[in-house]
Ligand binder design. Sequence first.
Ligand SMILES: [Zn+2]
Length: 258
Amino acid sequence: MHRLNLNITAIPAFGDNYIWLLTADGPACAVVDPGDARPVLEVLVNQGLDLRYILLTHHHDDHTGGVGDLLKKYAARVFGPDDERIPFTHDTCREGDLVDLADLQAQFRVLEVPAHTRTHIAFYGENALFSGDTLFSVGCGRFFEGTADDMQRSLDKLAALPANTRVYPAHEYTQSNCAFALRVEPENAVLKARADEVDRLRAAGRITLPTTLGDELAANPFMRTHEKSVLEAARKIDPGAMPGSSAMAVIRTWKDRF
Ligand SMILES: [Zn+2]
């Protein structure tokens, strides 16, 4: 069978959210985390697209707020975590479930990645990862409903995916994340190069995403809590910091005050 070409583009929403739009060769499409219906409807109408699927990483309003209005116009199937705070009918997704977007010939595996919220999930497939508010470029989400242990386990799970995986987080936070990461690892050459690239992109009004897991493993301090340089930085704050979730807790608290 002829294989469709999957395209992934960003629909900006609010100040710094991205709603990811998945299209193939025909009108069928999917969106990830539509916090606002208006910009999505505009794109769908302009491009003559038919919304068939909505993927949700977590219940927060800036990721789900547009679903109701989208469902008034499109008979889309909604996939999301098993969480009573998501107020509309959806297919509940568990670790290892396969989400089949048949009209796009695309399949995504569900990964449970709690910490930002207790039921946060990510979608992995087609060499792409939709990481919601768990993994950002050069950062990670706040631990609203989980612990540093949870985030360490969640990021370890993502780190095990192929390094060339393209990562699509839900926010444009990269520039401020780089500013903090440079405080943690001022000598990290990959991070310095990424920060320069991000400054150029933002100065030109451009998006800094997607990133890749390989780039994140090299530049993101929250994915580097076993590295000596990150541990040393954490120990300047808390001399008892240990590799892994202990260092994760220290640098997350540090960033929250940054
Ligand atoms: Zn969130």
